[in-house]
Write a new protein. Structure first.
Length: 203
């Protein structure tokens, strides 16, 4: 009986801690990006849990896409940061192409880090991510944030997950306000290879 109570207590503590982490993350997201919709909160959370949206098999295509972004985007279009953590656990980082345009890292360095991050680990199942998301959305519901298009976005996310998929794009509101141009890098790769270069470039 004592063992059952101990397990129940530990489960409650874990659930409470996760809810607090979710609230902290969402509050921070809305402070930095007040134009966010639920779609954008979801995107950051699945990037943190699932990593890059696709395995990378065609490196030349990935490079061509990054080249196009670099050639068609000005510094004035970009947010002022070089990097930011994804989601609740910071398992991945977004690295802005600003870091390339300001010669803090090279295009090859970011491409290599992004490709290895995308291909490095076995991707969690969509089912496990769906379970995680339903815990997250349960806490967000209780926060009563009054986000625009909240119910529509929530239903759209549910339809994506029900179809066995998980990746979505940023909302039009977010793209118009913040012009997101970044690549996802796994935390260990980021901390060992990219962060030291960014820290040096800031000095």
């Amino acid at each position: 009986m004592k063992k059952i109570f101990a397990i129940a207590a530990m489960t409650l503590i874990s659930i409470t801690a996760l809810a607090q982490d979710i609230e902290k993350y969402v509050s921070n997201q809305m402070q930095i990006y007040p134009k966010s919709r639920l779609l954008d909160i979801y995107k950051s959370c699945f990037q943190n849990y699932m990593g890059a949206e696709h395995l990378v098999s065609d490196k030349q295509m990935v490079k061509a896409y990054l080249d196009e972004e670099l050639n068609t985007t000005s510094l004035d279009d970009l947010m002022p940061w070089y990097c930011e953590p994804c989601g609740i656990d910071s398992s991945y980082y977004r690295v802005s192409i600003r870091a390339i345009k300001e010669d803090i890292i090279t295009e090859d360095q970011l491409l290599d880090a992004f490709i290895r991050s995308a291909n490095s680990e076995t991707r969690p199942s969509v089912e496990s991510w769906s379970e995680r998301w339903h815990k997250i959305i349960g806490t967000i519901d209780q926060m009563k944030l009054d986000l625009p298009n909240y119910q529509e976005d929530k239903q759209f996310i549910d339809s994506v997950l029900s179809a066995g998929k998980y990746a979505i794009s940023h909302s039009p509101d977010y793209r118009e306000a913040y012009h997101p141009h970044y690549r996802i890098v796994e935390r260990n790769i980021f901390e060992k290879e990219i962060k030291p270069l960014i820290d040096r470039g800031r000095k």
